[in-house]
Design a protein around this ligand. Structure first.
Ligand code: M6R
Length: 602
């Protein structure tokens, strides 16, 4: 979603702002802009589309000044036009915003009674106009911004820049993250540390409702009670903010290829030298009677797989829900509930809101996140970092397999603590995962050739059974988000309860089915598809390929894998199918249309 950057620097701000915005591109955006103060005067440049358009504009209409703010906008209120692009300016203040101002209509109404005119469709302009109004009434910039911030409802991260003030910036947040970077006689603001990494590794994260006043040499923060607050300055590991494709054509290709290493890191983080699974001590499954897992998108599918593991291995009752539903259905929370929130970014608005709902109700709240400094991590009693490394491509890949791996380790540890017998080979077999993933990646050429055919389809169906059912959902999600082809995932056994009506020779059916106890049943479902002219692309192992018999359109042969690990391994072809189909269609792999990496609004 929207990205924010701000600088009070010693060099020209415009190139710094554009470079930082490039590092925020991964969040998804459809317009961009910057504003600077130069010799007291506030000016801005904005452009629709990719950042290259803003850079071109700046070549023809440069912006001087060493203080500035910048923004990548993912449209919520109003189309992606230059007029709606940030920064928004009113009188002598310019504002950039991430989030949604929920009471903007009421505020607009109030301002229009004061004869204040609006020129955009955005909620953000209200913030600029309100602040401008308070300044016109005699408040200084700090008090005007503070009064404005207190009037806002919703979720926001905001940075304010003021005409006539080259050594002043205001940053405030509620619901959306914001980081302050400390330079050498310089100060920065950014949506995340990744944006600030080229300039500084000294970061202060603002907390909920913080109001910060920055100069080049000082940072003063007030908390939600308007009390001066001390916030730690942390040194971030710059490697963790590295953003490059490392020779790959896309971030997604790099992140798919990185999975053996990422999984190895995740395994090491939760295993001791004897190979035993080690979890934070406070996570004690003997005290847990029920597990509630909540997440969105791909992270939700990871939870669906984990439900199979927790129920079959640890015999623990599990509830799984998408955060946007969970948060509003006011579920009762039985005693002894562990609430587990799974999120790559740790900032997904719905997941965070669901976590807030569970505060004071659940026995314990745990967060399984990739971004260790995120809001979900900070709101959790127990934080379980994924160790996947920065995931830049909008499509989640290595975070998903790391989520699965850590969730499986949790389920195994839960089984051990609850005195349940483990599946044969567990936990030792976990160590084979990086090698197996490495082998699975080698099916790339086969997947590539199947994907050329898939790219011609208008509808594609994914099927899976048992713990592979969520993988069918994940395969379909990944395919639609990257290639814009309509795809649906179904539990194989559900096919004849409706979806089979869709099958004809134009609808390819991707079947994810390792040879397991239910394989024969899936073969029957495949026969039903083929009998109706459907083209089956079977992803299975050598034994499955042998047993499947004649008639499949293509078979992608995966390495043999212990049953429990199959969902982790079969994520690879699901990701590769989406990737190569998108390449064949020529879509924007890393930044698919309309999508944002981190969904910080409802
Ligand atoms: O950061 P999160 O894991 O909370 O994000 C959840 C979803 O928005 C995310 O998984 C989304 O579905 C991805 N684009 C899928 O590739």
């Amino acid at each position: 979603m929207c990205g924010i950057i701000g600088v009070l620097g010693n060099h020209e701000a415009a190139p710094i702002l554009v470079e930082a915005l490039k590092r925020l591109e991964y969040r998804g955006y459809d317009s961009a802009g910057i504003a600077t103060v130069n010799r007291g005067a506030l000016a801005r440049r904005r452009a629709v589309g990719k950042l290259a358009n803003l850079s071109d504009l700046l070549v023809h209409e440069p912006l001087a000044g060493k203080s500035g703010i910048g923004h990548t906008r993912w449209a919520t209120h109003g189309a992606p036009t230059v007029g709606n692009a940030h920064p928004h300016k009113a009188g002598s203040v310019a504002v950039v915003h991430n989030g949604i101002i929920e009471n903007f209509k009421e505020l607009r109404e109030e301002l229009s009674h004061k004869d204040i005119r609006f020129s955009t469709d955005t909620d953000t302009e209200t913030v600029a106009l309100l602040c401008g109004y308070h300044m016109s009434q005699g408040l200084d910039p700090v008090d005007a911004a503070r009064t404005t911030m207190r009037a806002l409802e919703g979720a926001f991260a905001l940075a304010f820049l003021f005409e006539g003030h080259e050594d002043l910036m205001i940053a405030t947040r509620k619901g959306s993250p914001l980081a302050i970077g400390h330079g050498d006689g310089e100060m920065f603001v950014g949506s995340d540390a990744i944006a600030l990494a080229p300039f500084t590794d000294q970061i202060t994260y603002l907390e909920e409702d913080d109001f910060a006043v920055l100069t080049r040499s000082s940072l003063t923060i007030w908390d939600k009670h308007d009390m001066l607050a001390n916030r730690d300055m942390r040194q971030i590991v710059l490697e963790s903010a590295r953003v490059d494709k490392d020779g790959h054509k896309h971030f997604m290709a790099k992140e798919i290829a990185e999975q053996p290493v990422a999984l190895d890191r995740a395994l090491n983080a939760y295993t001791n030298t004897s190979g035993d699974i080690t979890l934070p001590e406070e996570l004690d499954f003997t005290k847990i009677e029920r597990l509630t897992m909540v997440a969105c998108g791909t992270a939700y599918y990871a939870c669906m797989v984990a439900k199979y593991w927790f129920e079959t291995i640890a015999r623990l009752p599990v509830e799984v829900d998408v955060a946007s539903e969970f948060r509003y259905r006011e579920p009762p929370v039985p005693a002894g509930t562990l609430a587990l929130f799974v999120s790559q970014s740790g900032e997904t608005a719905d997941t965070l809101a669901a976590l807030r709902y569970m505060e004071g109700k659940a026995h314990q709240i745990a967060g399984l996140v990739n971004v260790a400094e995120s809001s979900i991590a900070r709101g959790s009693d127990v934080v379980l970092p994924l160790h996947a490394g920065p995931e830049i491509s909008v499509a989640s890949t290595k975070a998903f397999t790391c989520q699965l791996t850590v969730l499986l380790m949790l389920a195994i540890r839960a089984a051990q603590q609850r005195g349940m017998a483990l599946p044969e080979g567990m936990p030792a077999d976990l160590r084979s995962l990086p090698g197996l993933i490495h082998q699975a990646l080698a099916t790339e050429q086969q997947v590539k050739s199947s994907s050329r055919d898939l790219a011609k389809a208008q509808d594609i169906i994914f099927l899976g059974r048992g713990q592979l059912y969520p993988l069918a959902l994940e395969g379909a999600l990944k395919l639609k988000e990257l290639s814009y082809i309509h795809a649906e995932g179904y539990a194989s056994g559900e096919l004849k309860h409706g979806p089979i009506a869709l099958i004809d020779e134009k609808v390819p059916v991707v079947v994810l089915a390792p040879r397991d106890a239910l394989f024969e049943k899936t073969v029957s479902n495949m026969q039903e598809v083929m009998a109706r002219g459907g083209k089956v692309i079977l992803v299975t192992d050598a034994e499955g390929a042998r047993l499947a018999g004649e008639g499949t359109h293509e078979v992608i042969v995966m390495p043999q894998v212990p049953n429990t690990l199959a969902p982790i391994l079969y994520a690879i072809p699901a990701q590769q199918i989406a990737y190569f189909t998108a390449i064949a269609k020529g879509t924007d792999v890393d930044q698919p249309r309309n999508l944002a990496k981190s969904v910080t609004v409802e």
